[in-house]
Ligand binder design. Structure first.
Ligand code: SAH
Length: 244
């Protein structure tokens, strides 16, 4: 990125972070890191399927700000798991703005995790780890092992809860980052959340400010009240066919 491009990046970054009230994370060091990440994301997306968003005015609001907004839900020093992290969202933005936490990005696609590892290296951040495989299979070694499990754009909440809640420690939380269908998804997932040992703590509705307007968001915070019965998660076929 040349100087002119970096200035343009900073202009959008400052504006979007201010509008979304996350300016506390708009530091010179973070601007540098997010600029490197944006450039690398655009470059690699031309080689394989990493993200559909390929311009700065989309990446900054819809990948960076959208994920950084969730930083407020994460307690200091937390061990965090991002289920279905894809190209690193929210894994990478959270790891950049919260050096106090460790973020594990889990995905079944190894290539996307390769991107995350090499991005973390370029950004010189050491609080990112990756786990390759399907959530419902990897859980056997890491049951109730994370303070926070977070997930964006992976599955409807009734399916996602069974993939995510088994990983959460009792006393920890599962954070589902959802679009406008969040409230409706929650209604259909309530019964399953209870079976899995969760309790809905709060639902936060807000608009995210983009470069061209606003988009609806619903963040659902579910706390883990009791141990998930060992029968869950089931195999993916069963979860999908008959969500709890
Ligand atoms: N969270 C990212 C990616 C969303 S795309 C973002 O918001 O940009 C959904 C991702 O979930 C894909 O990369 C897919 O490989 C992964 N995924 C879906 N089901 C999964 C499962 N059961 N276990 C692991 N990864 C899964």
């Amino acid at each position: 990125m040349n100087d002119v491009q970096f200035q343009e990046f900073c202009r959008i970054f400052e504006d979007i972070f201010a509008k979304n009230r996350i300016s506390e994370y708009d530091t010179p060091e973070n601007r540098q890191k997010f600029a490197i990440l944006a450039e690398y994301l655009i470059e690699e997306s031309q080689k394989y399927n990493l993200t559909a968003l390929c311009s700065m005015d989309k990446i900054i609001p819809l990948h960076f700000a959208d994920c950084v907004i969730a930083a407020k839900y994460i307690p200091t020093g937390a061990k965090v798991l991002d289920v279905g992290c894809g190209g690193g969202f929210p894994t990478l933005p959270l790891a950049i703005v919260r050096p106090d936490i460790t973020v594990y990005g889990l995905d079944s696609t190894a290539k996307k995790l390769g991107f995350i590892n090499s991005a973390a290296q370029q950004l010189q951040i050491s609080n990112v780890c990756t786990l390759t495989g399907r959530a419902e299979e990897l859980v056997c070694d890491r049951r109730e092992n994370f303070d926070i499990v977070i997930s964006r754009a992976v599955a409807r909440l009734n399916i996602l809860s069974e993939l995510c809640l088994p990983f959460v420690k009792v006393g920890g939380s599962f954070i589902a980052l959802k679009g406008s269908a969040g409230a409706e998804e929650l209604a259909e997932a309530q019964k399953g959340i209870k079976i899995l040992g969760g309790r809905v703590e709060k639902t936060e509705k807000y608009d995210i400010f983009t470069c061209v307007g606003e988009e609806k968001r619903v963040n659902i915070i579910i706390c883990k009240q009791s141990t998930t019965p060992t029968a869950y998660p089931r195999q993916f076929g069963a979860i999908k066919k008959k969500p709890l």
